[in-house]
Write a protein that binds this ligand. Structure first.
Ligand code: SF4
Length: 328
């Protein structure tokens, strides 16, 4: 039995692997967050994977709530305005509970908690309030850098895990995310997520096992209705410019160590130089078609065909949602 996540944890915060131990009523740790929850947007989102957002032209979308602050703060973050600059509006757990129900009433296919770890005590309080009225799956959309104990404590709350698996080489993790223990931490956390959910479950049969086009632009998924995920793990990996070999090494490790067929892979091509990436020459460009195709070809060669790939045209700044406090 795991210890529950309570507000007391803000007094000596160890919610994430940074283990700052700080009293968040008096100061902030690496994530830059106090003990008052902040969020920047709550809206239906069409550009997640089709099994979360649904096909274009269908009503609904993924009911995303973007929380302010971040435990990783990658220097290339496309959401840096909220992750590193902490833009957002303060909310009580009661207000957040209303936001959740509002998204459901708008037709959200799921409740998608984006970068939530630093506020888990408040978020779980809000989920407890609505648990008898919320009939859609809860998605945990995170950077993969999670404590094993936190993942275990979230088992009763989370139906679908949507972690990034960003790096194989910890030198990259140290340089770009100040997380020199990223690989082993994310590997263990994602392994636990897979163990908790088992193989993916959908609301209807999948059309085929070939890799399917990803979310953005959503028009690429128009046509037949997309089966919606009810339970499972989708491992996201964004290919970085100059680092396709790290992506390939990561895919090989995943194939070797996680039970085949118990997770989906989502390969993302949408990298765009944002934030501090302009100070790193190797990151200061979009990825090439050659780089992305090399990674996709490796995934196919490994048999990692359950999942999604993005169109190269996804690498556009307009796919970053506007952080305008909508829905809060
Ligand atoms: S949630 Fe924030 S304060 Fe708490 S351990 Fe992580 S980075 Fe530090």
């Amino acid at each position: 039995m795991n210890d529950p996540i309570t507000r007391q944890m803000y007094q000596s915060c160890r919610l994430c692997p940074r283990m700052c131990g700080i009293d968040r009523s008096r100061g902030t740790g690496f994530c830059g967050c106090s003990d008052t929850l902040r969020a920047a947007r709550a809206a239906l989102h069409q550009w997640e994977e089709p099994c979360l957002s649904g096909a274009e032209g269908q009503p609904g979308g993924s009911g995303t709530v973007f929380f302010s602050g971040c435990t990783l703060r990658c220097l290339f973050c496309q959401n840096y305005r909220i992750s590193s600059e902490n833009f957002g509006k303060e909310l009580t757990p009661d207000q957040l509970a209303s936001v959740f129900l509002d998204l459901q009433s708008q037709g959200a296919h799921n409740l998608n908690l984006v970068t939530a770890t630093q506020y888990l005590p408040d978020i779980l309080e809000a989920l407890d309030q609505v648990k008898d009225r919320l009939h859609i799956p809860v998605v945990y959309n995170c950077g993969g850098y999670e404590c094993l104990e936190t993942v275990k404590a979230l088992a009763p709350y989370v139906d679908i895990w949507l972690p990034d698996f960003k790096y194989f080489d910890n030198r990259l993790a140290a340089k770009y995310s100040k997380a020199p223990d990223y690989f082993e931490t994310a590997a263990a956390a994602i392994g636990q997520m897979i163990a908790q959910t088992g193989p993916p479950v959908y609301d209807s049969p999948l059309p085929s096992s070939a890799p399917r086009p990803h979310n953005a632009p959503a028009s690429k998924t128009s046509g037949a209705a997309a089966p919606l995920m009810k339970k499972g793990v989708i491992i996201r990996h964004m290919v970085l410019p100059s680092h396709r070999r790290d992506s390939i090494a990561l895919l090989r490790w995943i194939r070797e160590h996680y039970p085949h067929g118990h997770y989906l892979i989502s390969l993302m091509s949408q990298y765009t130089p944002f934030f501090h990436s302009k100070d790193y020459p190797e990151l200061n460009r979009r990825i090439t078609t050659y780089e992305y195709n090399q990674v996709v070809d490796e995934a196919i060669a490994l048999g990692l065909t359950d999942g999604f790939m993005q169109e190269k045209s996804s690498a556009k700044e307009e796919y970053t949602p506007p952080f305008d406090l909508q829905g809060l």
